[in-house]
Write a protein that binds this ligand. Sequence first.
Ligand code: CTP
Ligand code: MG
Length: 393
Amino acid sequence: MKISVIICAAGKGERAGFGKNKLLAPLNGVPALHYTLCEFDAFDCEYLGGNLEKIAVCGEDDEVTRQFCHAYGWQVVSGGKTRTESVYNALQVVTGDIVLIHDGARPFVTEDIIQECVNCVKEYGSAVCACPAVDTVAIANGGYVGEVPERDNVYIVQTPQAFLTKDIIAAYKKAIASEERFTDDSSVYSRFIKPAKICPCGTPQNKKLTYKEDFENFCKYPTALFFDEDQPKVGFGVDVHAFGKEQDYVTLCGAKIPCDSGLIAHSDGDVAVHAVMDALLSAAGLRDIGYYFPDSDEKYRGADSIKLLERVIEIIGEKGFKPLGLSVAIQAEKPRLSKFIEEMVSTLAKAVDVDEDSVSITAGTCEGLGFVGQKKGICVYCTAVVKEVNTNG
Ligand code: CTP
Ligand code: MG
């Protein structure tokens, strides 16, 4: 089934009072119409493989809006004096079996809403995006409260609205021929075809921008929508420990790896885990491990670094961060590590609570150069990525 969309953009935006089509007025610095077109473009890419027929209806003399839509790759049709005339004009060029009709002035439509309307029209032959009312609605009678419909039956009608193209064309032909006034497509369809099906997928956010204040009040909203505050944060950590402890193993990422000498340290000397901890703390904007686990504190003598790492996860968690991934690079002339990498990855992934795919450990020698090359010690670097999570649940 081929799907078309008509975006109504041929209004003058008189109530908003910008002195130009309100759809060109900026939301967070970008014309409101940009968001509307992009949401349908995204829906098209994701679900329709680029097969959506995209028609924008623009004022005949509104050259800027016409050029704008054209630049976004939309077919442009000239509108009329009323929204009804505009939609009627656009319907003349529609070739899809189903047509979605949407107000350019509702830039906060989502792909989910569009998808629900498409599902609904496929099942019922029509779909009217509607938001269940939260307020009581009264029909005024001479300035007094007249009929008060049962609130459960009251919906705020929004767009998109979707119809079988042949039906809505027939309805609009009759609407244009009549003297009646219509403010949306569902009333045209319901008047001349049959009651249109309510699709209760509307939301308060899918509001129509009508007045100047709507553009100001919504400034906060697009910030949350389009500037992801949960941007990952990156931290880097490095640690070195010297060989010299009388011991026949070293501990790296929790694994006991046979070696002719152990690493000198106040704790268990897990130099890799220390680099990981510093990277995580750094990503969360916190102090280093020496601050949280001072080596002057007897409590940490011989400490299991994996336990300290688990404590670090709690500390960054208290600041609202959760690890996303670790990249660990170990420089060691001895011992050979390759056989232990899997175990190390698994231990680290478990300790920081991420998938094993999100932990990488690489190991290499230093070609005989420097303190690592001379087998005096081991050096480990780590990059950690964390993301901010909602601590309030
Ligand atoms: N619209 C249209 N053709 C018209 C009138 C309106 O395509 N002749 C479009 C508007 O561009 C808008 C949608 O229909 O996206 C809803 O209309 P409305 O919110 O009333 O916008 P305007 O008519 O532009 O605003 P106003 O009524 O304040 O002038
Ligand atoms: Mg209008």
